[in-house]
Ligand binder design. Structure first.
Ligand SMILES: C[S@@+](CC[C@H](N)C(=O)[O-])C[C@H]1O[C@@H](n2cnc3c(N)ncnc32)[C@H](O)[C@@H]1O
Length: 178
């Protein structure tokens, strides 16, 4: 997990937006010199993030926003970061459209997301999802997020796959074409 975070987060650059930043688990992997903005809709998560920021000596404050409604101008960011977030958003196409909109052409979307398994396991996850999301903060274990990122208009060359905590995951850097 830490190795995947390091790879994905360590490549962001310039003006960076993190969506669904949670408790700030990615902060330790940010490269030096970036200008960081983070948003997180859950007040409990923001409180835990504030404690984490304080323990780290400050420097991180999360705004309140959902990925589906980002209050930033078009093309505002060089990099956008979201890890384990697109499984939980209410409206995945709307969230990806917003990420695409606020990323500059040529900018990079850095992501790690667990995705629907193939085959029989995927069909089992389809059946489990209505109950799973109720007990797991709206997390959907059956989302086909790789396809959704491509449908949103990103290029996804070099998308990588791995298994984390028994679930198939995708990670990498998607690019908003120029
Ligand atoms: C599994 S946690 C991941 C947190 C963090 N990104 C990490 O990697 O540790 C999912 C996060 O997505 C946030 N989230 C849920 N719905 C969201 C939405 N519509 N827009 C943005 N973030 C959302 C949750 O509040 C939570 O902080």
């Amino acid at each position: 997990m830490r190795d995947v975070r390091r790879q994905v987060v360590g490549g962001v650059r310039g003006n960076v937006l993190e969506v669904g930043a949670g408790t700030g688990a990615n902060w330790e992997f940010l490269p030096p010199g970036v200008s960081y903005t983070g948003v997180e809709p859950d007040p409990h998560m923001r409180r835990r993030a504030a404690a984490n920021a304080q323990a780290r000596g400050g420097g991180f404050v999360l705004g309140e926003a959902r990925a589906e409604a980002l209050a930033f101008d078009d093309a505002s960011f060089d990099s956008i970061l979201a890890t384990f977030v697109l499984c939980s958003v209410d409206d995945q196409p709307a969230a990806l459209a917003e990420i695409f909109r606020v990323l500059r052409p040529g900018g990079e979307f850095h992501y790690v997301e667990h995705v629907r398994p193939d085959g029989m396991k995927g069909r089992v996850f389809d059946l489990l999802t209505p109950a799973w999301r109720l007990f797991a903060a709206n997390c959907h274990p059956n989302r086909q997020t790789a396809q959704a990122i491509e449908r949103a208009g990103f290029t996804t060359d070099g998308m990588r796959r791995t298994v984390l905590h028994g679930l198939p995951n995708i990670y990498g850097v998607a690019v908003r074409p120029r």
